[in-house]
Ligand binder design. Structure first.
Ligand code: PEP
Ligand code: MN
Length: 338
């Protein structure tokens, strides 16, 4: 339920509203808009208390939110949310942000080399997994903390903020001390304990769609994070399972306009995992931005034939440079900048 406050409501009256919400056992989520302040009243059966709020002096209108997700819905917030990363990069505004780097951190030299290359080609953030969610327990699982240190070094040299995956709540303090964005992978989209933990942590979260998850389930997972107070959530379409086998997954670009309609959160697209075949990835990068995505996350590797993970879907640096040039034109065509 949304409480829209009167334009010039006094602070003490706003406080009364917030206290009332808490007294009734609900959470108050305040969103200060350009014109009006709205408060989301969230909790089980919050809508049954509508009449109580209608009598409060500062409240102009009480509107139920029809969707099961509340804080991430467009009904709660009309304007697009912009997520700031490391006080340098914004995702969700006019500018398109490209996050690029290898699938996993493999060595110090390689990490720094790729970081320099993607920085020079116009990437805004650096990706690289130090803790990897591999389908097989016998595959390379990531370098762990050593990998985080290489990412930190690469950041120091290039200035690129770090996006890296977290799989377990136990590692939040460690990964959170290196990462500028905490990535929740497709396989953990519904790891609710993890979602609640990152929701209580003060770093932006990149939430990837599970490959068997609906858009509504993705938004419910974002709601878990936001319900704990962390509103800096970036959603990511990364491909879903279909009967098609010519690509690794089927990149569901439908999801971009659908999510934009349903939610105010920024949306980025991961064509690397969604397509899984190097040759087809640049086209889908361009298509994602044309469809209205706020950014991309792309795997790039200088020697993909030697990669320990996802080499066959990693763009070569030359391919990345070419794609970024083409992306400039597409971005401009849809009123965005790169
Ligand atoms: C990744 O980004 O390296 C990754 C494992 O992606 P996903 O969780 O989408 O499979
Ligand atoms: Mn990968």
């Amino acid at each position: 339920m949304i409480l829209t406050l009167k334009a010039h409501a006094a602070d003490k009256d706003i406080k009364l509203v917030v206290n009332k919400i808490k007294e009734l056992g609900f959470q108050a989520h305040i969103s200060k808009g350009a014109v009006k302040t709205v408060i989301g009243v969230v909790g089980e059966k919050a809508s049954t208390t509508r009449a109580i709020f209608e009598t409060l002096a500062a409240v102009e209108a009480v509107t139920p939110i029809s969707k099961p997700y509340k804080l991430c819905s467009r009904e709660f917030k009309k304007e697009n949310s912009v997520v700031k990363i490391d006080n340098k990069v914004s995702i969700g505004g006019k500018k398109i942000t490209v996050i690029a780097g290898p699938c996993s951190v493999e060595s110090r030299e390689r990490m720094i080399d790729v970081a320099k290359r993607v920085k020079n080609s116009g990437a805004g953030c650096l990706r690289g997994g130090a803790f990897k969610p591999r389908t097989s327990p016998y595959s390379f699982q990531g370098l762990g903390e050593e990998g985080l240190k290489y990412l930190a070094e690469a950041k120091k040299i290039t200035g690129l903020p770090i996006v890296t995956e977290i799989m377990s709540p136990n590692l939040l303090e460690l990964i959170g001390s290196y990462a500028d964005v905490l990535q929740i992978g497709a396989r953990n989209m519904q790891n609710y304990d993890l979602l609640k933990e990152v929701g209580s942590f003060n770093k932006p979260v990149l939430l990837k769609r599970g490959f068997s998850a609906t858009v509504e389930e993705l938004l419910m997972s974002a709601e878990y994070i936001m319900s704990k107070g962390n509103y800096n959530v970036i959603l990511c379409e990364r491909g879903i399972r279909t009967y098609e086998t010519s690509t690794r997954f089927t990149l569901d670009l439908n999801a971009v306009p659908v999510i934009k309609h349903l939610s105010h959160l920024p949306v980025i697209v991961d064509p690397s995992h969604g397509v899984g075949v190097r040759a087809y990835i640049p086209s889908m990068c361009l298509a994602a931005i044309a469809a209205g995505a706020d950014g991309l996350i792309v795997e790039v590797h200088s020697k993909p034939q030697e990669a320990l993970c996802d080499g066959s879907q990693s763009l070569l640096p030359e391919q990345f440079i070419k794609m970024m040039k083409e992306l400039k034109g597409v971005s401009a065509a849809v009123g965005r900048s790169l």
